[in-house]
Ligand binder design. Sequence first.
Ligand code: SF4
Length: 436
Amino acid sequence: MWTYHPDLLATPVPRYTSYPTAADFGPLEAGSIERAIAGATGDVSLYLHIPFCEQICYYCGCNTGASGKRARVEAYLAALHQEIATVASLLPPSARVRRVAFGGGSPNAIETGEFLAIIEALHAHFPMGSPSFSIELDPRSLTSGWAQVISSVGVIRASLGVQTFAVHCQKAIGREQSLSMICRSVDWLRGAGVRSLNFDLMYGLPHQSEAEREDSLEYTRKLGADRGAVVGYAHVPHLVPRQTMIPEGALPGPAARFAMAAQAHATLVGDGYERVGFDHFALPHDSMARAVRQGTLRRNFQGFTDDQSEVLIGLGASSISGFPGLLAQNEKHTGRYRQLSAEGRLSASHGIVRTAEDQRRGALIEALLCNDEADIAPDLLGEVSERLAPFLGAGLARLDQGRLAILPDGLPYARVIAALFDTYRAQTKRKFSSAI
Ligand code: SF4
């Protein structure tokens, strides 16, 4: 079992879905995203953001809004279609789209016909290289009609927002969904041909007890989820105002959160799941578990992934695109996004040029988080040695001939150790969520 060292977890750190992180983005030179897309070659992945949900959960920090206003949804989708055409017109013929991911929000908050129209547009405009499709789904708005569409498109990976099966916790976070609703969703998705099914789960929720969190893991195993992401609830109402709906006094403290994370890890591994990075788990047959065994696990804006593409193009408001030399985020405000897209312009005016040094540090941070180890160049070792010493001294990491390894007891400290190599952290005042 892990050992709790509160002093080593005291500083909030990023989740490192990119390096530099979105907190370090600033204005980009005009034409940056266009030049990056025009220079993309080989395998390309697409991410499409659908910023709507039928019901908004109190804890949610995503860029999303209620889907009830149809005119707003239709205007957004028209802008998304325009952006698809604009981006595809810039992509060189040597590029091939190999993966398409839909996220949000909840992609199933739009109508099935609208979803199929987006799929048609992707095929009409992009050079598609038999891509695999994945989708994030809200069980509360999943229908048999959606299952048929998922089957007809050939979606093979799906992620269900579950979070907790405990009814009183669901009430406290504004996300009520019965066990039978989850069971029905699983049946539909399996029947539709989904081979890799993920459950998003949370610990650190209001009124959550250890026993109830264990129940949620038990249901996850019994329902046969191939993957599970077990993430600590990040209570940051100063950044996410809707979280003021969550009773702060009912949240577990840091030590209880640490114990919950440790217990979740022990339970899932005991149930036959393999650990993927610091907060994901996958059954041995799943492609994510295989990527871990083969040392090919990666980390991108969607979290841990087996996607090997160096280019991820984000479509839709707030989506982030990643290229070896550039990170660029689309306009977050859906109104401004719609306006720019309607004019045939790309809205990604914020981001950061990734220098060679950024790429070197980014590869190191990614290796530490994905493979638990990385070779550290002498100059970086000299830079971090003093701050690294407490982790080495506590038996959380080992340094051997310039190779830094995060030891099994050091897993909950992985992000903190990775952050030692982040030169931007000393410069930004932005607050991140708790390290555990
Ligand atoms: S369904 Fe997901 S994206 Fe939508 S509000 Fe809830 S947590 Fe956020």
